[in-house]
Design a protein around this ligand. Structure first.
Ligand code: PEP
Ligand code: MN
Length: 298
């Protein structure tokens, strides 16, 4: 199969067109979280620590990313770690820390769910449920998410083809949950100079072939702070609908992914540079719509 949804081999549902296909909703899907809209003209930035480590770290990061203009707070409390001896996340107490930090700065939350059994707990605190790269083909989890009416951020598996990524999204849509955001986070290739290889062509292709919002994670895609800003700006130029970026106030002390964390200062610099690139694409950073009477009075 060529990778084009709707062609032979896609396992097409009843109507003959996969639900992820652009033809299903040519105008594009917009996913709402609180006031924020992902997939419209506004570009949405999600930022925060890889892992929630405690109240002070989470609140400091939340305050920093919010004041730099981020729209959604990220933070993992269930961490899929390569080694069973690495920090596995704070679990349930971490969710309360994350929720409190987000409430103080008024941002919605994106956080990773590793298992369907965690959903009842997470549903109460989290606005966007992230499916990590390692779980992209956890079909039981995808089916469970299909039953919810809550946005899902679906990361591309590290060895998943474009087609496999879209079919994973299809599982969630087929269950009736249409609030899916695709996230390109780099794939594993022969190249070892960067943590992964960022497939920006897949971002532009996903925008053409599907109606779903597509965002980019330059943190896991590169694993290297110096490469995050250039790849974030390139993602904006490639037509992504947003970014998800890891930020830590003291990267050298981070319990997870500190080597790729941006400091708050570097994150703020990126936020200042994004509007220039977005402007060239006739887009802008997402901002709340002003009520008609305010717009009229300007
Ligand atoms: C993460 O967001 O911290 C994470 C584990 O990402 P990925 O699933 O893309 O590796
Ligand atoms: Mn991480």
């Amino acid at each position: 199969m060529s990778g084009k949804p709707g062609e032979e081999g896609a396992g097409t549902p009843r109507e003959g067109t996969p639900r992820v296909a652009r033809a299903w909703r040519p105008e594009g899907t917009r996913v709402r979280v609180g006031q924020v809209e992902i997939g419209g003209p506004g570009f949405v930035v999600m930022a925060g620590p890889c892992a929630v480590e405690g109240m002070e770290q989470t609140e400091q990061t939340a305050a920093a990313v919010a004041s730099a203009g981020a729209h959604v707070l990220r933070g993992g409390v269930f961490k899929p770690r390569t080694s069973p001896y690495s920090f596995q996340g704070m679990g349930e107490p971490g969710l309360r820390v994350l929720a409190e930090a987000a409430r103080k700065v008024g941002l919605p939350i994106v956080s990773e769910v590793m298992d369907a059994a965690q959903l009842p707990l997470m549903e109460d605190h989290v606005d966007i449920l992230q499916v990590g790269a390692r779980n992209m083909q956890n079909f039981a989890l995808l089916r469970a998410l299909g039953k919810l009416r809550k946005p899902v951020l679906l990361k591309r598996g590290m060895a998943a083809t474009f087609q496999e990524w879209l079919l994973a999204a299809e599982y969630v849509l087929d269950g009736g949950n249409e609030q899916v955001i695709l996230c390109e986070r780099g794939i594993r290739t022969f190249e070892t100079a960067t943590r992964n290889t960022l497939d920006l062509a897949a971002v532009a292709l996903a925008k053409q072939r599907t109606h779903l919002p597509v965002i980019v994670d330059p943190s896991h895609a590169t694993g290297e702070p110096d490469l995050i800003q250039p790849m974030a700006l390139a993602a904006a130029a490639a037509g992504a609908d947003g970014l998800i970026i890891e930020v830590h106030p003291r990267p050298e002390q981070a319990l997870c992914d500190g080597q790729q964390a941006l400091t708050p200062e570097r994150f703020a610099q990126l936020m200042r540079r994004l509007p220039g690139v977005l402007g060239a694409m006739d887009r802008h950073l997402w901002m709340p719509e002003l009520p008609a009477h305010v717009v009229g009075a300007r």
